[in-house]
Design a protein around this ligand. Structure first.
Ligand code: FMN
Length: 185
């Protein structure tokens, strides 16, 4: 059975470097993995009064079906973009019993500048703590000057790509060593 990984980009823009990194991961991750996708732009703003709209149910079902998540996020004003936080907020309910409970998450961050989104990455790990998800522990993948490292919707910097895929491969391996039955839900 293939390992299922839901790959999310924290940026909605067409020429996004985060999305290019996600596309590169999905392309290079290998045949033993089935990448799952979800367009987080289709989710409404979080509002408990909405109940569970169909699109939210679909998103949560996709998170639940995934053995792990890969999130590539840009940094917006020293943190994660609101659109990504919104998706995570939907997935995080009901509190401490959600589809995010015990969910392994691989994180990479990008930025147009020199910091590589390191502050957003740090915030994202803290946010995941709030729903008892598991940020995968490895050497942090930050991608500075990311817009210069992508071309035609893919990451083209070989050094970063090798470093990134080493982390992703270690993540996939950790999921294989961790049978689904041992997940907390
Ligand atoms: C609203 C906004 C806030 C930003 N804040 C930061 C920031 O705090 N730190 C940073 O390094 N880059 C910041 N940037 C620049 C982004 O890193 C850059 O636009 C990056 O390419 C966005 O990722 P994307 O290519 O995946 O869309 C910001 C961009 C926007 C649109």
């Amino acid at each position: 059975m293939k390992t299922k990984i839901l790959c999310l980009s924290g940026s909605l823009r067409q020429a996004s470097s985060s999305t290019a990194v996600v596309e590169t991961i999905c392309r290079d991750i290998g045949d033993s993995v089935e990448p799952l996708r979800f367009d987080i732009a289709t989710l409404p703003h979080y509002n408990a009064d909405l109940g569970q709209p169909e699109v939210v149910q679909a998103f949560k079902a996709t998170v639940e079906a995934a053995d792990g998540l890969v999130i590539v996020t840009p940094e917006y004003n020293y943190s994660v973009p609101g659109v990504l936080k919104n998706a995570i907020d939907w997935a995080s309910r009901p509190a401490y019993e959600s589809v995010m409970l015990d969910k392994p998450v691989f994180i990479a961050s990008v930025s147009g500048g020199a910091m590589g989104g390191v502050r957003a990455q740090s915030h994202l790990k803290y946010i995941l703590n709030g729903m008892l998800a598991r940020a995968f522990v490895h050497k942090e993948v930050i991608i500075p000057f990311a817009n210069k490292k992508v071309e035609n919707g893919a990451l083209v910097d070989e050094g970063i790509k090798t470093f990134l895929m080493e982390g992703v491969d270690a993540f996939v391996q950790s999921l294989r060593e961790r049978p689904r039955q041992s997940l907390g839900r």
